[in-house]
Design a protein around this ligand. Structure first.
Ligand SMILES: [Zn+2]
Length: 262
């Protein structure tokens, strides 16, 4: 027994002890250690992230004021950064990003999901809506809701359909990350798809947008921002698609057991 315990601790220490022999090759060459891959673990509404990446402000990425949930998987952050670069090139304006996840994921106050590094909120682009003269792009300090006609509820702004469709198209056409859902209100979904057909957007992108743009059930309309969720990356074996459902309360379980017994 003593021998077995001693062998176990020797094995444990040997596995965790720092290497005394040669340092890793990247250290010998004076390079920084490669970042471990980030992983999405569990479900979007019951999960966590390992080795997440932080999205940081830049010329092309703007963080909505006051937002601190800035972590996601490398796939998600890469998708947002590439999309923001395309937006910047096209319109000379940054993409405004709201909440992603907490550093290690897990439950965050105001969201049901945003737990496993696959969710990000993206602000709409908006324009002024003057009674006369030209409208101009607006830099939003917070999310603004738009109605079925693309008007803000206070009537001061319009949904910038062309730019917002460009964001959707860019997200869906990304060559590396796969977008699973973009949550948006049913009426704004219709505005975007109508515009996409009018400008003869690529048919495959429009067809994907028809499937991916959705208003989630049983929540208030997503009329003030896009909520983007990427699919589970192929290498993330612990990532779970769909929604985690809590186990039924004990009373139901007891009833279920007795029904099976009969
Ligand atoms: Zn969200």
């Amino acid at each position: 027994m003593i021998t077995a315990v001693a062998v176990f601790f020797w094995a444990l220490c040997a596995a965790s002890a720092p290497a005394l022999a040669d340092p890793p090759s990247h250290a010998r060459r004076g390079r920084a250690a490669p970042e471990p891959p980030s992983r999405s673990v569990g479900w979007a509404n019951h999960g966590r992230i390992t080795h997440g990446r932080r999205i940081v402000p830049s010329a092309s990425v703007r963080i909505l004021p006051g937002r601190v949930l800035a972590w996601g998987t490398a796939d998600l952050v890469g998708l947002l950064e590439r999309t923001a670069l395309r937006v910047k090139r096209q319109f000379d304006a940054p993409l405004t990003v709201g909440d992603l996840s907490a550093r290690e994921g897990g439950a965050v106050g105001r969201h049901r999901s945003h737990q496993s590094g696959r969710d990000a909120d993206v602000a709409f682009f908006a324009r002024t809506d003057p009674p006369h003269g030209r409208s101009h792009p607006v830099v939003l300090e917070d999310y603004v809701s738009f109605d079925r006609d693309g008007r803000s509820l206070d009537g001061a702004m319009r949904f910038d359909t062309a730019r917002n469709w460009f964001v959707v198209q860019s997200l869906l056409a990304d060559p590396r990350a796969h977008v699973e859902r973009i949550f948006v209100s049913t009426v704004l979904r219709a505005v975007l798809l109508r515009h996409a057909r009018e400008v003869h957007a690529p048919a495959d992108i429009v067809e994907r947008a028809e499937r991916i743009l959705v208003q989630p059930a049983r929540v208030s309309p997503h009329d003030n921002h896009f909520h983007v969720r990427i699919a589970c990356p192929a290498a993330d074996h612990g990532c779970r698609t769909g929604v985690w459902l809590p186990p039924p309360p004990p009373r139901h379980r007891r009833r279920a057991r007795s029904a099976t017994a009969r």
